[in-house]
Design a protein around this ligand. Structure first.
Ligand code: PLP
Length: 422
């Protein structure tokens, strides 16, 4: 399948019919970005129901890490599905769960022994980390950062502060949560601990090593190490949210490895199982103090999802991390070259295959309208992109992406910008 190949301007007739039915029956909460109606996915390519082929540079929001329906992942899923689909890992035992827990504790950063709790999603992983942080420290207060996205269930939402509309009308949220500016470790000591909360009351600091939904922002190099040092000094747990940045996306297995930081708790999901619903909370054994039945989940660590994760990790370890680093650099260089041609691009940033292109107006203010036009036009041309932050487009393709696919994507992006610049 060679993509892109747009035969009918999307949405075509079949897509329109499905969108219409969907809109009649699904909750209006969903924030659909453009009318992509998927029939099939293979590798880097998505085919819609009208036969259009799209080049995927968003990977279902940074999830399809090994590409769509990688044969080895599908094989692992099929084999496990033939054996059994479910037995509840909170109450019983099965090999894929034990094997995955062992594997995750080995690949997690740092040398301390780890304990793994499996969930079905990112937000559930954050909930587990939140509960463990309070349980283990017997402290109540938690610090998170402005611009951060940690999920949408009530605990995770209370930590999330990437858009006020995510939080609007859901209050009261969980109390005793403090938000600090992202990237500014000084603020904690100079403002938070001075005016708002004492150090002894703080259970945990939740942080994304690179802001995801908040705009693909890479913090200053000292940020994460300073948080780690602060946490160690005061018995606070450092919870690193690697839900978007983990599993090879930034050219390391986990992004916090770029700064040599071992978290007390690492939260993972998204790319972990190539699209099967799975999340993992990996905690240092020393702080994984909860006792029997203090937490659990009917579906968390589903055997089919575990099998998919094991196959995914094999693929990521055997070439995809390296590819993400190398092709990611190439993608960033190619996008950076566009800056001089298109003055509305105000920044190109990121690590590995987590690259953001930001747009600004002449006066330097964020240009969300232009960003949305670029995204919509790219879709019409067969290139799938996604927004983040106020006025940024993120490039987060599957980790299998090749240089020639980068050339195609950047070529379309360039042409779209030229058309809209005119
Ligand atoms: N944390 C981060 C950094 C995320 O990017 C997301 C989702 O975008 C979440 C948490 C929530 O994950 P989920 O949508 O699987 O609940």
């Amino acid at each position: 399948m060679k993509a892109p190949n747009i035969k009918v301007t999307p949405p075509g007739p079949k897509a329109k019919a499905i969108v219409e039915k969907d809109q009649r029956y699904t909750a209006p909460a969903y924030g659909r970005v453009y009318p992509l109606v998927v029939k099939e996915g293979r590798g880097m390519v998505i085919e819609d129901v009208d036969g259009n082929l799209f080049l995927d540079f968003m990977a279902g929001i940074a999830v399809a890490s090994t590409g769509h329906s990688h044969p080895k992942v599908v094989k692992a899923i099929e084999e496990q599905a033939r054996k059994f689909l479910h037995i509840c890992g909170s109450d019983f035992y099965y090999e894929p769960m034990a094997e995955l827990a062992e594997r995750l504790s080995r690949i997690a950063p740092g040398r301390s022994p780890k304990k793994v709790f499996l969930t079905n999603s990112g937000t559930e992983t954050i909930e587990a980390a939140f509960k463990l942080a309070r349980f283990a420290t017997k402290r109540n207060h938690v610090i998170a950062f402005l611009g951060a996205f940690h999920g949408r269930t009530m605990g995770a939402l209370s930590l999330t502060a990437s858009r006020s509309s995510h939080r609007a009308h859901f209050s009261p949220l969980i109390p005793d949560i403090h938000h600090a500016p992202y990237g500014q470790a000084d603020y904690l000591e100079q403002v938070l601990f001075r005016y708002e909360v004492t150090l002894e009351e703080v259970a945990a600091i939740f942080v994304e090593p690179i802001l995801g939904e908040g705009g693909y922002i890479v913090p200053p190099p000292e940020f994460l190490p300073r948080l780690k040092e602060l946490c160690q000094r005061h018995g606070i747990l450092l919870v690193v949210d690697e839900i978007q940045s983990g599993f090879g996306r930034t050219g390391k297995m986990f992004a916090c490895e770029h700064w040599g930081v071992e978290p007390d708790i690492l939260c993972a999901a998204k790319g972990i199982a190539s699209g099967m619903p799975l999340g993992a909370m990996i905690a240092r054994e020393e702080i994984s103090t909860w006792t029997r039945s203090t937490h659990g989940s009917t579906f968390g660590g589903n055997p089919v999802a575990c099998a998919a994760a094991l196959a995914t990790i094999n693929l990521i370890e055997n070439g995809l991390i390296k590819n993400a680093g190398e092709v990611g650099n190439y993608l960033k260089e190619s996008l950076t070259k566009l800056r001089s041609l298109h003055p509305r691009i105000s920044d190109v940033r990121g690590l590995g295959l987590m690259i953001g292109v930001e747009f600004a107006q002449n006066d330097g203010k964020p240009n969300a309208k232009f960003r949305d036009q670029v995204m919509a036009k790219s879709f019409d041309q067969g290139l799938l992109l996604l927004s983040c932050g106020e006025s940024t487009i993120r490039f987060c393709p599957p980790l299998i992406v090749k240089r020639d696919e980068v050339d195609t994507a950047v070529g379309i992006f360039d042409a779209v910008l030229t058309e809209l610049d005119g």
